[in-house]
Design a protein around this ligand. Structure first.
Ligand code: ADE
Ligand code: ZN
Length: 350
């Protein structure tokens, strides 16, 4: 890795904001801002259990993952038509572009919508059209990853995959999200094997609130290529060695962990420890509309709270490209751009 020059603390936020980066852990339904939720509710004639944007925002006081998911699924109930999915994703892409996110891999939860009678095709076409336009109009490269809801059965996940396969050219992989504890990865062995047989990439949430054992089974039973969150790995030294040796990426989401009380104080987050242990750690926003920040908010606030430096910023951005599902040519292009950005960020006294 090339030598990163020291950057004064007061200039670090500027570097964090302007460096090119990839976002690999964003639930697109978690980017629905309260204003858009209310606009879509009105457009679609959907009744919401909140009187106003302010009342909805005031409900964003979470104590754990489940307390958030209950509100997150209620928010997603306003999405009915293809244009709704497009508008949601487009709003995210505009923010991603402003944060110098050059590549994004977006999770979507089809079961949240198909269970309400929205056709799979409506969901995928709306999101995919926004991905195509994001590349053409904003220069943001984007791909979709279909997530199974782990609080539902494996049979439901299998049906969901079968329903989505006709649109396989519009998503690159599958993931596993929703309520973690009590729903271990091995519950989804067959559906992940089927997805793999269809050439799809595999990722799974593990070790957000759940134990290190869930990270082991995501790796060894589901055969995932990345772990989403994974911060509980810190409690298992053998697992830490395995993750470091194999460079298994962890898509860490600091503001999410803070808001869901995994690390109530951002200064206590273990991201620097994970990075120092040689893990391929990345920073991501998870559900930015609910957790108080998009990519650059996550970077700037985490660095301010933990005292991480420019060398660590470079490593995190580099890891985001290393961990992404892009071609080797594309990866080398962005790694070059990242290096140019850091080389151009010359210290000056002010
Ligand atoms: N769905 C949306 N955000 C999630 C998270 N942080 N963990 C699990 N499932 C989710
Ligand atoms: Zn997540």
């Amino acid at each position: 890795m090339f030598k990163v020059h020291a950057v004064a603390a007061h200039r670090l936020p500027q570097l964090l904001r302007q460096m090119p980066k990839a976002e690999l852990h964003i639930h697109i339904e978690g980017s629905l801002e309260p204003e858009l939720i209310f606009a879509l509710a009105q457009r679609n004639g959907v009744a919401l259990p909140y009187a106003s944007v302010e009342a909805l925002r005031a409900a964003y006081a979470f104590t754990n993952l489940q307390s958030f998911l209950d509100i997150y699924y209620a928010g997603a109930s306003v999405l009915l038509h293809e244009q709704d999915f497009y508008d949601m994703a487009w709003a995210y892409f505009e923010r991603a572009a402003a944060d110098h996110v050059v590549h994004a891999e977006l999770f979507f939860d089809p079961q949240t919508h198909t269970e309400r009678g929205v056709p799979m095709e409506t969901v995928i076409h709306g999101l995919h059209r926004a991905c195509v336009d994001a590349k053409a109009q904003l220069g943001v490269d984007a791909q979709l990853i279909l997530c199974f809801l782990r609080h539902l059965s494996e049979e439901a996940a299998l049906l969901t995959l079968q329903e989505a396969l006709p649109f396989k050219d519009k998503f690159i992989g599958v993931g596993l999200d929703s309520s973690e504890v009590g729903h271990p990865p091995e519950k989804f062995t067959q559906v992940f094997a089927l997805a793999k047989a269809h050439g799809l990439h595999l990722v799974a949430h593990a070790g957000e609130e759940g134990p290190p054992a869930y990270i082991w089974s995501a790796l060894d039973v589901l055969h995932v290529e990345r772990i989403d969150h994974g911060v509980q790995a810190i409690h298992d030294p053998v697992l830490m060695q395995r993750l470091a040796k194999d460079r298994v990426p962890l898509t860490v989401c600091p503001l999410s962990n803070q808001k869901l009380c995994v690390f109530p104080n951002l200064a206590d987050h273990n991201i620097a420890q994970l990075l120092d242990a040689g893990l391929c750690v990345t920073i991501n926003s998870d559900d930015p509309a609910y957790f108080g920040g998009y990519m650059n908010d996550n970077f700037v606030q985490t660095f301010a709270a933990t005292g991480m430096n420019a060398q660590q910023a470079y490593a995190l951005a580099r890891n985001s490209f290393e961990a992404s599902f892009v071609s080797e040519t594309q990866r080398q292009h962005w790694l070059h751009e990242l290096k140019v950005c850091f080389e151009g960020f010359v210290e000056h006294d002010d």
